[in-house]
Design a protein around this ligand. Structure first.
Ligand SMILES: Cc1cc2nc3c(=O)[nH]c(=O)nc-3n(C[C@H](O)[C@H](O)[C@H](O)COP(=O)(O)OP(=O)(O)OC[C@H]3O[C@@H](n4cnc5c(N)ncnc54)[C@H](O)[C@@H]3O)c2cc1C
Ligand code: FES
Length: 254
């Protein structure tokens, strides 16, 4: 299946001072992507940059990405305007799988809010029960928040003061016990959320957004360690772009 596409930016809006939200036309990606997968986006710099797919519109053949400016590549991509031509590789990696007999707890930290937004879109469209817990540094960083989401900020200037764990602790135990937790965010946050799920006796999955080079399994820039199952090895290396980025929490060595 063709994976590299010449596309156009259909619309762009700024979610806050340093985060852009782009809608890109690509019917193939819109129809085939699953939550947790990502795309590689071209800019004038060497190597494309990876972004989680934030939602898809199968009718109009578009998908969205959120881009937080952190360096030269994201400065450029966040400045794209409507009509911009862009080379896109995707959808890449393995995303989340959902079981309609379970509840889902989606936890997003920082830019993890974008792939989690696609997961919530999927669960809503498939009538699967879910709750969303979002964590940001402070009110100015809050994006893609909905009134029924549990919002936490480190600064406490909006929502619950504290990490996502403080938000997770507000969830109803009866909902939690039949749930699967899916988390995207910084490593310490995913580790804490995975441990929280383990304490509750529920499965959890994390998305390992390692630094990437090629995004397609060739360069080995993105490897992380998983517990090994066989051969007496303690761990094995896996490529987050190819075997991941989503892995069962209990297999990841943080
Ligand atoms: C699978 C995946 C999905 C992602 N999804 C999103 C998304 O939806 N929205 C979004 O805004 N960003 C996302 N990112 C991060 C984004 O790809 C990086 O911020 C971007 O590549 C940085 O490019 P740059 O040229 O601006 O910065 P660089 O000049 O390359 O780096 C600037 C700073 O950003 C840090 N950085 C670079 N890449 C990463 C990374 N992967 N994780 C953490 N820190 C990094 C560097 O260490 C450095 O401190 C994702 C990353 C991965 C691997
Ligand atoms: S980014 Fe090159 S192997 Fe994963």
């Amino acid at each position: 299946m063709k994976k590299e596409y010449s596309c156009k930016v259909i619309s762009k809006k700024m979610l806050n001072s340093d985060t852009a939200y782009l809608t890109i036309k690509c019917p193939d990606i819109a129809s085939s992507a699953v939550p947790g997968q990502f795309v590689n986006i071209s800019c004038s710099r060497f190597l494309k940059r990876p972004f989680g797919i934030a939602s898809v519109d199968k009718v109009n053949g578009t998908f969205d990405i959120g881009v937080k400016v952190v360096g030269k590549g994201t400065v450029e991509i966040a400045a794209f305007e409507e009509g911009q031509d862009v080379e896109v590789l995707g959808p890449l990696g393995n995303g989340f799988t959902f079981d309609s007999s379970k509840n889902y707890i989606l936890v997003a930290g920082g830019t993890g809010v974008f792939p989690i937004n696609f997961a919530s879109q999927y669960l809503r469209e498939n009538n699967i029960n879910f709750k969303v817990v979002e964590g940001f540094r402070n009110a100015s960083q809050v994006v893609l928040n909905e009134p029924d989401y549990v919002l936490c900020t480190d600064a406490g200037d909006i929502g619950i003061k504290g990490t996502c764990i403080a938000g997770l602790d507000t969830l109803d135990e009866n909902f939690v016990k039949d749930s699967v937790l899916c988390c995207v965010g910084p490593l310490p946050m995913m580790k804490a959320c995975g441990n929280w799920a383990t304490e509750k006796g529920i499965p959890s999955f994390v998305s390992m957004e390692q630094r990437m080079g090629c995004g397609i399994g060739i360069c080995l820039v993105c490897v992380c360690k998983l517990k090994a199952e066989a051969n007496g090895e303690e761990f094995k290396h896996v490529r987050c772009c190819k075997e991941g980025p989503v892995f069962p929490f209990e297999e990841v060595i943080f």
